[in-house]
Design a protein around this ligand. Structure first.
Ligand SMILES: Cc1ncc(COP(=O)(O)O)c(C=O)c1O
Length: 428
């Protein structure tokens, strides 16, 4: 259990989260249910925040709400001192609702509509544009006091192809030449405060990657600064800090990463006095919430056919990552830990798609209907990517805090799925 965090423990063969038995949680709240340790989120926040803040005073951390948009979880991170990184108007809305001031919110959209730009401008948050030519569409709605542009530094890295968000194949950000004209245009439009941003990929466990890609960004920032005489208020190196999901993967040495990134950052600043003294910003999602949460699911049926299938009540509708990327999530038999993994099985949900595989050819203990499975590392891009596909109600979420378990999102019922549907009179 140590390798997956001290919030998870084995009590007489039953998985516990901060001392509370997963069997009891499943019984009390039903399944599928996402169960989150508040303590683990706070620990992860402090670990990454301290790693950077001890190396650089001018440092800020924005939590990427897309990883997990539960209001209670957003509030936990705000109470720790995080800002918010938002990908769209609804996330700006959630951030404001959770008490973040507009200046604490960075909005990084892509392929924005005019109405999204207008919403962001009205909200007063800091806007980070994904393409130079979006600026004119933004200016049509008013003048931002500060603007940032997202750079694609030409390289990216991510655990799966779908989460590599920079480099020649990525749809995000702009090259240096477009960035140069973007900042020039913004200056001409009267904007005087600037930031720079990149987000080059997610779930990176290679510590050496972060200083390398940060150096690229700092080079671009330095050249633009020299050319245009811009001082940056902040330079944001994005998120992407990885978490081990798979046996054998090592935790990212975050102190080492922070130290080397700050080293690169400050070397670049000392080499070019025109750049000013920008705040270093990071915007992690996964690192803060991923391992805080397990998804509990009940085994519904075991089929022995060409292969053995363990069927359960959580599928690609609940946790999409395995179907979307072929992502690995560790699966435990939560009510009978320590059993020998003496069979090979595919673990599947109840969705009518053959991509509805939560794990393939996995060594598992003998499982029977009624057993409880725990999918680990379900806190990031878990609930937030889930859907109602096959007309399955959304799962519930439970927070473990101060030795108590409390619902933080109720399970949907069938009537929730009627929400906002209208049936024309001739069909009634
Ligand atoms: C712009 C932006 N910032 C931050 C993040 C958070 O990334 P991660 O969860 O890898 O830290 C993402 C994730 O896609 C993103 O698109």
């Amino acid at each position: 259990m140590e390798s997956v965090g001290d919030h998870l423990s084995d009590s007489n063969g039953v998985l516990c989260i901060d001392g509370i038995s997963c069997s009891e949680i499943a019984l009390r709240f039903g399944t599928p249910v996402f169960v989150t340790s508040e303590r683990r989120i706070r620990d992860s926040y402090r670990r990454i925040y301290d790693a950077f803040a001890t190396n650089r005073k001018k440092f800020r951390l924005h939590y990427a709400l897309k990883a997990n948009n539960n209001l209670s979880i957003i509030r936990i991170l705000r109470s720790e001192g995080a800002g918010a990184d938002c990908s769209g108007p609804a996330e700006i809305f959630l951030a404001r609702l959770s008490g973040f001031s507009p200046e604490e919110i960075l909005y990084s959209g892509n392929y924005n509509s005019d109405s999204e730009l207008e919403y962001a401008l009205r909200s007063g948050c800091i806007i980070n544009l994904d393409d130079a030519t979006i600026l004119d569409r933004l200016l049509a709605h008013g003048d931002p006091s500060i603007i940032s542009f997202r750079i694609n530094p030409g390289v990216g890295k991510g655990k799966y192809e779908g989460i590599v968000t920079a480099g020649p194949d990525a749809k995000f950000g702009m090259r240096e030449q477009e960035a140069l004209s973007a900042y020039r245009h913004a200056m001409k439009a009267g904007i005087r405060r600037f930031g720079m941003h990149m987000m080059t990929g997610s779930n990176v466990l290679d510590a050496e990657y972060f200083p390398i890609v940060s150096e690229k960004l700092m080079g671009i920032a330095s050249r633009i600064s020299t050319e245009l005489g811009i001082e940056f208020e902040f330079i944001d190196i994005g998120g992407g800090f990885g978490v081990p999901y798979q046996p054998g993967e090592e935790a990212l040495p975050i102190e080492e990463v922070a130290k080397s990134v700050v080293g690169v950052f400050e070397t670049a600043l000392s080499g070019n006095s025109r750049m000013g003294d920008p705040t270093l910003v990071v915007e992690p999602g996964r690192y803060l919430v991923c391992d805080s949460t397990v998804l509990l699911s009940t085994v519904t049926h075991v089929k022995r056919s060409y292969k053995t299938f363990i069927g359960c009540d959580a599928g690609m509708n609940t946790l999409l990552r395995p179907a979307l990327y072929g992502a690995y999530h560790e699966v435990l038999l939560a009510n009978r830990l320590g059993m020998k993994r003496n069979m090979v099985a595919n673990i599947t949900g109840q969705i009518c798609e053959n991509s509805d595989m939560m794990a393939k050819d996995r060594n598992m203990p003998e499982a029977s209907p009624g057993d409880i499975l725990a999918f680990l590392n379900a806190g990031a891009y878990g609930f937030s990517m889930s859907s109602r596909y096959n007309t399955r109600p959304m799962a519930s979420e439970v927070l473990i805090s101060g030795g108590k378990a409390e619902v933080i999102r109720e399970r949907e019922d069938f009537t929730d799925m009627l929400q906002r549907q209208r049936v024309p009179a001739h069909l009634l």
